[in-house]
Each structure stands twice: as structure tokens, then as C-alpha cells.
Write a protein that binds this ligand. Structure first.
Ligand code: COA
Length: 372
């Protein structure tokens, strides 16, 4: 290694490519998808519109949206073989692992797996968008020992997911909060899972392999897995009265507190105020206010003591819990949404591809002979 070799551990601060999909602006704590502020999209659009926008580049008009949602609804059915394969997995399997396996099986079932033309990939995107929620719901139903509930093509994307998990559709307030969470989770530039998907795509591998890789990366608690860890933490804290001391103890023990900090945002995550607003709405709607009370105290102590701010996972975790989801469902729900961002990046990578293959500085033993 030469004296001038500079190592960028974790690729921190390295710009590896251009993108036209989203812009993260840490200096103003803001985020745009295809030029639209994410907060604006949350208040004025459905998740389906954003799922269209990210991949297409423009918001759909009424006809385009209808064609898109009709197609998504028509692709929701899972094959009996896939449903059976999910049933054969151990009941203890985490739904994120079942989902990773399920998407892998979708790849095996697709005769056009090697066709990565933009038109075919768009069709595969709609299929993944439609089927990922069904795989998650099927895994959940298996886990609780309940029968699979088929998709209802009369229901919208978010409504259908609740229907498949719980057999009923909740109040519009819950659907709106869920939809907002999906919009906020849909895309975030070159994060670890998106980069993993782009690396796989850069080898000219297929979309399913890239998505499976993305799921594997997203699962980790330093990335998407944090939304589950946040809820475990809030349950461990238990009550508002002990929250301040809990956080002071955690900081004294130099613990990584889940749901705080971000590689890019250093003074607040652009997505947090909107998600927090909807998490508070969920607290008011359900009457279980303690989670947001505990959250508020943890946030205040963390900001005061360390100047580290919450990230999106911090309000999303309790919001999902209050909507009635088991904790293990939180990161799979993230996938339901991030499939939009991943696909947009897979198409962008394919459109101007160069194999992603960085260098490393060797620090092992010098060359030697095999003596035997
Ligand atoms: N809790 C406690 N301390 C934290 C922290 C957290 N969640 N996040 C960062 N820090 C501290 C680190 O201990 C480190 O302190 P030091 O300089 O005294 O050693 C400093 O802040 C920088 O952190 P570092 O981990 O080097 O930053 P990073 O850019 O590599 O990490 C994350 C970013 C997201 C991986 C990190 O903040 C983290 O692990 N957060 C918790 C997991 C999480 O919520 N992930 C979801 C991200 S959207």
C-alpha cells in the first residue's frame, strides 16, 4: 500500500455514480423524489402514485394510474408451489428470511428471468410490487398458524395488505398513516440495500437476484432492521417515567441506540417530522399514547447529550406496532415499499452500466512459498 493510499471505510463520503431518482440534502434536512419534496408527496399522493413516479420519472395522470394499479392488482396471485414452499419453512423463520426465499422462488418461476430489457423489467417490477405483500402476509399467517387469506383485487395496495394479514381493512386514518410510511420508505439514494442491488445489477444479473441481495442488506439492524429494534427497545424501556434514565444508562455504556443517527443526515432526518406526525395520529387513534411519550423523552435526551437525531425507523417502529403489526413484520413492510426505489435504481444501473468493482489495499502476509 503506497503512503498516499486513502481508504474510505464504509465508502463514507464517496460519490460512486450519478442518479436522477432522489436527492438527499443533509444541509437542509430535505429529500426529493424525482424533484418532488417527499413531504409534499406524503400529503398529496398515494403510495401507488409514488411507486409509479420513482420508476417512471413522472407522476401518473388518472389513466396511467388506473392502468398501473389494475396491472398490480392482476398480479397478486401466488403460485400454489410458492405458497407450499413458504409453508414448509420452519415456523420460527423470521418473515424477512421467508420473504428473501419467496422472492428467490419468484425468480425461479419466471421464464423471462434473463430478459432484462426495460419493458420486461417494468413488468417484473409490477409483479414484485404485487406479490411481495402477499408473500409477507402468507409468512405471517403461517407463523401464527392461520390459513392464508387470498388477495382482494377490489382493494387498494395498503388496504389489501391489512386484509391479507388480519382479514379486515382498518379505518382510513390507519391506511393513510401506513401509506405515508410506505412513501417515506420508498427511496433514499445509494443506501446499503440499494447499492447492493446496483452491485448485483452491474454484473448483468437479473432483477430477482438484485432484490434478494437488497433484502439481505436491508435486514441488518444498522439499516432497515432498525425499525424492529426500535420497538424492542421501547418495550424494554416500558414506561415514560424510566425513559430518561434508560437512555442515560445506554449512553454511559456506549450502546448503539437503535433508530438514532444516520450516515448522511447529521442534524435530523428529513422524513422524521412527517412520520412522527402520523405516529402521533396513530397514538391518538388507538389511545396507546405511552410509546410516543417514551419516544419523545428518549429523543430529547439523545439530542441533548449527544446531538444525535432520530432517523425514520424511530417513529415508524411504534407506528406499525400501534397499527397492530407484530414486530417481525416491520422490516418486511419496508421491503414492500423499497421495491420501488430498488427497481428505479436497477433500471438506472442497466441503462448506463459499468461493472462495480472497487479496489482494496492488501495488508496480509507478504508473498511466500508453500513448503511441504
Ligand atoms: N447510538 C449511539 N451512538 C451513536 C449512534 C446511535 N444510534 N449513531 C451514531 N453514534 C455515535 C457513534 O458511537 C460514533 O461516536 P464516536 O465518534 O464517539 O465513536 C458517532 O456517533 C459516529 O457514528 P458512526 O457509527 O461512526 O456513524 P456511521 O455513519 O457509520 O453510522 C449508523 C450511521 C446509522 C449506522 C449509526 O448511526 C447507527 O448504528 N445507528 C443505529 C442503527 C439505526 O438506527 N440504523 C438505521 C439507519 S436509517
Amino acid at each position: 500500500m503506497s503512503e498516499n493510499t486513502q481508504i474510505f471505510k464504509g465508502l463514507a463520503g464517496v460519490i460512486v455514480d450519478e442518479t436522477a431518482i432522489s436527492k438527499v440534502m443533509p444541509e437542509t434536512n430535505s429529500l426529493t423524489y424525482r424533484g418532488y419534496a417527499v413531504q409534499d408527496l406524503c400529503e398529496k399522493c398515494s403510495f401507488e402514485e409514488v411507486a409509479y413516479l420513482l420508476v417512471d420519472g413522472e407522476l401518473p395522470d388518472a389513466n396511467q394510474l388506473k392502468a398501473f394499479t389494475d396491472k398490480e392488482k392482476s398480479k397478486r396471485e401466488l403460485s400454489p408451489e410458492l405458497l407450499q414452499a413458504l409453508r414448509l419453512l420452519p415456523q420460527t423463520a423470521h418473515p424477512m428470511d421467508s420473504l428473501r426465499t419467496g422472492v428467490s422462488i419468484l425468480g425461479c418461476e419466471d421464464p423471462r428471468i434473463w430478459d432484462s430489457s426495460p419493458e420486461t423489467n417494468l413488468d417484473k417490477y409490477l409483479s414484485l410490487l404485487a406479490k411481495i405483500p402477499c408473500i409477507i402476509a402468507a409468512s405471517y399467517r403461517n407463523k401464527i398458524g392461520a390459513a392464508f387469506i387470498p388477495a382482494d383485487s377490489g382493494l387498494g395496495f395498503s388496504e389489501n395488505f391489512f386484509h391479507m394479514c388480519f382479514g379486515k381493512v382498518p379505518a382510513p386514518e390507519v391506511i393513510k398513516a401506513f401509506d405515508v410510511s410506505l412513501i417515506l420508505y420508498a427511496e433514499h439514494s445509494f443506501n446499503a440495500s440499494t447499492f447492493a442491488a446496483r452491485v448485483i445489477t452491474s454484473t448483468t444479473s437479473d432483477i430477482y437476484s438484485a432484490v434478494v441481495g437488497g433484502i439481505g442488506a436491508l435486514k441488518g439492524p444498522l439499516h432497515g432492521g432498525a425499525n424492529e429494534q426500535v420497538m424492542h427497545m421501547l418495550k424494554e424501556v416500558g414506561e415514560a417515567e424510566t425513559a430518561e434514565q434508560w437512555m442515560l444508562d445506554a449512553l454511559a455504556q456506549k450502546k448503539k441506540v437503535m433508530g438514532f443517527g444516520h450516515r448522511v443526515y447529521r442534524s435530523g432526518d428529513s422524513r422524521v417530522p412527517t412520520m412522527k406526525k402520523y405516529a402521533i395520529k396513530m397514538a391518538e387513534f388507538t389511545g396507546s399514547k405511552n410509546w410516543m411519550e417514551i419516544s419523545e423523552i428518549l429523543e430529547n435526551v439523545m439530542v441533548k447529550e449527544k446531538n444525535i437525531y432520530p432517523n425514520l425507523d424511530f417513529p415508524a417502529g411504534p407506528a406499525y406496532y400501534m397499527m397492530g403489526f407484530e414486530i417481525e413484520m416491520f422490516t418486511p413492510i419496508f421491503v414492500m415499499s423499497r421495491i420501488a426505489g430498488w427497481t428505479a435504481h436497477i433500471l438506472e444501473q442497466n441503462a448506463d452500466n459499468k461493472l462495480i468493482r472497487p479496489l482494496s489495499a492488501y495488508v496480509g502476509v507478504p508473498q511466500r512459498e508453500v513448503n511441504k
